[in-house]
Ligand binder design. Structure first.
Ligand code: NAD
Ligand code: UDP
Length: 323
């Protein structure tokens, strides 16, 4: 194997830290770039002594000068409460961050992968979502800073590819869960597990009939690496996610069962523009990358619950008050 120098922005985050683990274990020279807005050093503390791992505290809205072969751009707050906390900063992270990293890729002739999102489909009218669907996003709503920021980043990636022949890859990630989700990120899996383990009420937003499809982090990391190493003429966008769709109410009941919790389900107001349904069509990923998820929900949730049982919540600082 040829050792490559690889930068992972957002490398201390939930997905980024698992990606760094895999790339370091494969022997690559890995540079993790993060401003620690929604993460903490403990996600990557175990890598700090490794000779092929480096950490740079940096905000990607500012230019960065590195010599690298590959760039995975994952830096961006991903949980609704956190990306809505400072929506202007969220948009800057997506757009100015993409410009800065695409500039680096152009200068180094590096391959560059963008972590886009199923949110580019908004509240989808096409179900399951195929990559050719152009989406139903409210451009002026509270989620727009994230959705439109990610859409603009996709635009920049494809314009750099057309103008500068950059070797780009765009993946649209669907809801992913697993160990190292921040306990105060406010996302549904982490909220429900934290609430169930504490015996607190489980907060169902709306009636819980809205659906999501949950992918375990190891499968997702396989998909990111498969896309980076995939055919050079395949730029995406490609959906990465697990098509196993379920209602939020069923997820809550499953977590209560698996934690043997006595928590009760309680309804809370449904946030504005919350998508009513979401499920990836992964035909393209299967055909082009030979990728599909293999971890089922029960086994993924058990590992996640075990992680949450093992952490001390006092060691975590809430990134924003919105969780
Ligand atoms: P996360 O919040 O755990 O990780 C994001 C990381 O980016 C954090 O470490 C954060 O500190 C860092 N960051 C944020 N703004 C930054 C900036 N301006 N400069 C440098 N670092 C910055 O979230 P995650 O779930 O690991 O998401 C990683 C990426 O994947 C994000 O781009 C997200 O949009 C995308 N994504 C994730 C999911 C999912 O379900 N987890 C779904 C769709 C897309
Ligand atoms: N949700 C919920 N209770 C919570 C957190 C989230 O019912 O405590 C719902 C939320 O309204 C949404 C779904 O779960 O319909 C997934 O929310 P999350 O924030 O995890 O991700 P996203 O909305 O970005 O898919």
């Amino acid at each position: 194997m040829k050792i490559r120098r690889i930068v992972v922005t957002g490398g201390a985050g939930f997905l980024g830290s698992h990606l760094c683990d895999r790339l370091v274990a494969s022997g690559h020279d890995v540079i993790c770039v993060d401003n620690f807005f929604t993460s903490q050093k403990n996600n990557i503390a175990h890598l700090l002594g490794r000779p092929n791992f480096e950490l740079i505290r940096h905000d990607i809205t500012h230019p960065l000068w590195l010599e690298v072969d590959e760039i995975y751009n994952l830096a961006c707050p991903a949980a609704p409460g956190h990306y809505q906390y400072n929506p202007i900063k969220t948009m800057k992270t997506s757009v100015m961050g993409a410009i800065n990293l695409l500039g680096m890729a152009r200068r180094c002739r590096a391959k560059i992968l963008q972590a886009s999102t199923s949110e580019v489909y908004g509240d989808p009218e096409v179900h399951p979502q195929v990559e050719s669907y152009r989406g139903n996003v409210n451009p002026i709503g509270p989620r727009a800073c994230y959705d439109e920021g990610k859409r603009a980043a996709e635009t920049l990636f494809f314009d750099y590819q057309r103008m500068n022949k950059l070797n780009i890859r765009v993946v649209r990630i669907f809801n992913t869960y697993g160990p190292r989700m921040h306990p105060f990120d406010g996302r549904v899996v982490s909220n429900f597990i934290r609430q169930a383990l504490a015996g607190n009420d489980i907060s169902i937003f709306g009636d819980g009939a809205q659906t999501r499809s949950f992918c375990y982090v190891d499968d997702l990391v396989d998909g990111l690496i498969a896309m980076m190493n995939g055919p050079d003429d395949f730029h995406g966008p490609v959906n990465l996610g697990n098509p196993n769709e379920m209602s939020i109410k069923l997820l809550a009941e499953t977590i209560i069962r698996m934690t043997a919790s006595r928590s009760k389900l309680v309804q809370r107001p449904l946030p504005a523009d919350d998508p009513t349904q979401r499920r990836p069509d992964i035909t393209l990923a299967k055909a082009k990358l030979g990728w599909e998820p293999s971890v089922n929900l029960d086994s993924g949730l058990s590992k996640t619950i075990e992680y949450f049982r093992g952490i001390d919540l006092d060691q975590f600082r809430a990134p924003t008050p919105n969780f």
